[in-house]
Design a protein around this ligand. Structure first.
Ligand SMILES: [Zn+2]
Length: 414
């Protein structure tokens, strides 16, 4: 039982982490025009590089790589000193790498047997960021330190732009990006060695089971974040999508239906992130060590055939609960949650352990008897061996915790 497990609390080590900080820019009129031009030229560079790759492949079957495009950049700059030549070589390379990354992601998805969309040309409004990969190279954070009351960032071709710095950016500035959001400009700093804000040790450990009714259930029996609101939005979204499918192409009603689907998607996304932040925060506050099931993406995308129980629900067939209606929403929710949890855990100095979830839902956490009959319904676990009775998610969470602690012990012994 989890109460018997005592783990010495970890010393809170002051390890630095990487974090991003975003500040509003206050450019002059001239600087705002230069920022817009800088963004536009980087967008054109991106599109030209994409065109180059596509043509070379279509006409002569040649795959153009980042290295060649980066080498060619020198000539492009030399031929166009008042245009592309104005901007930072490094930020332009970062733009070419961004295209390279889009290509790699595309081919990775093809290899995984999916049918992804080919990297697209970026229209106006679909390219809103330029990155300088290294502070000091074509850009400089806090470029005028002798002005003690204001902060500036120097950007090649734009000048010293005033920053509305509402908080300090701790750590070492690594990359600097500008971002356009509507009519406003922001600078985003990615900093290394940001001191972690370690939380005091609690002496408690937990396993968590990620589920349908609750985002996470702990081995202590807490159900964290009820998902009912998400389910409501999800069924509204499904209805809106069916509605959209009935509309005639090019019609005004169809445009309205598209907008409704997009708005609901955005709502689901906001709710999911909000839930994930709250749940993750509760967990890192409460526990020094958190063990979760590793998300096996391939296994989760495979569709398990649910067995209807004739009463509108599903019988326990191991996987049915985590597939079906809201599946894609759940999948995305779990991975977003784990990403947020890992950031918060790192920043708080907490230990996060991932374990293989195989059999955690059908094994008895008291006697170890493993049988699918143990799982009476979605919510109820009753061991056919020893009669242990528990909420199914809590039973699974205890197994997950135990597996994680065993892994940890093995790692410490090695
Ligand atoms: Zn048992």
């Amino acid at each position: 039982m989890p109460a018997d497990i005592v783990v010495a609390s970890l010393p809170s080590v002051g390890v630095g982490v990487r974090r991003s900080f975003k500040f509003l820019l206050r450019p002059t009129g001239k600087q705002a025009a230069a920022l817009a031009q800088c963004l536009e030229d980087h967008r054109e560079l991106y599109n030209a590089a994409l065109e180059h790759r596509r043509t070379a492949y279509r006409k002569v079957g040649v795959t153009v790589r980042y290295g060649e495009q980066s080498a060619e950049l020198k000539h492009i700059r030399a031929d166009d000193p008042d245009g592309q030549g104005r901007w930072s070589f490094s930020s332009q390379q970062a733009t070419l790498r961004r295209l390279d990354k889009a290509y790699r992601a595309f081919f990775d998805r093809v290899k995984a047997g999916r049918t992804p969309g080919f990297p697209r040309f970026k229209g106006r409004g679909w390219f809103d960021t330029v990155e300088w990969p290294k502070d000091g190279d074509g850009c400089r954070w806090d470029s005028q330190p002798h002005y003690p009351t204001a902060t500036y960032v120097r950007l090649q071709g734009v000048g010293h732009v005033r920053v509305h710095q509402h908080r300090r950016a701790p750590g070492t500035v690594k990359t600097i990006s500008i971002k356009r959001e509507g009519a406003r400009w922001f600078v985003v700093l990615s900093c290394d060695d940001v001191p972690a804000q370690t939380l005091p040790a609690t002496g408690a450990v937990a396993g968590i089971d990620m589920g349908v009714a609750s985002l996470a259930t702990t081995s202590d029996g807490d159900h964290i974040d009820n998902q009912r609101h998400l389910a409501t939005s999800a069924s509204r979204l499904a209805a809106a999508q069916r509605e959209l499918a009935r509309k005639k192409r090019g019609s005004k009603r169809r445009r309205k239906a598209v907008a409704r689907v997009a708005a609901l998607h955005a709502k689901v996304r906001r709710q999911r992130l909000d839930s994930a932040h709250k749940a993750a925060l509760a967990l890192v506050r409460g526990y020094d060590v958190i063990v979760h099931e590793a998300l096996n993406v391939a296994g989760m995308t495979r569709r398990a055939a649910p067995k209807p129980d004739g009463e509108g629900g599903y019988l326990a067939n191991g996987q049915s609960a985590k597939s079906g209606l809201n599946k894609s929403i759940l999948d995305a929710g779990w991975s977003a949650f784990l990403t947020i949890l890992s950031h918060k855990a790192e920043s708080a100095g907490r230990e996060l352990i991932a374990v293989n979830p195989a059999n955690t839902s059908r094994t008895c956490s008291r006697c170890g008897h493993c049988a699918k009959e143990n799982r009476v319904t979605q919510a109820v676990f009753r061991c056919t061996g020893c009669g242990f009775y528990a909420h199914a998610d809590v039973n699974a969470a205890i197994n997950i915790l135990r597996a994680g602690l065993a892994l940890r012990e093995a790692a410490q012994a090695a």
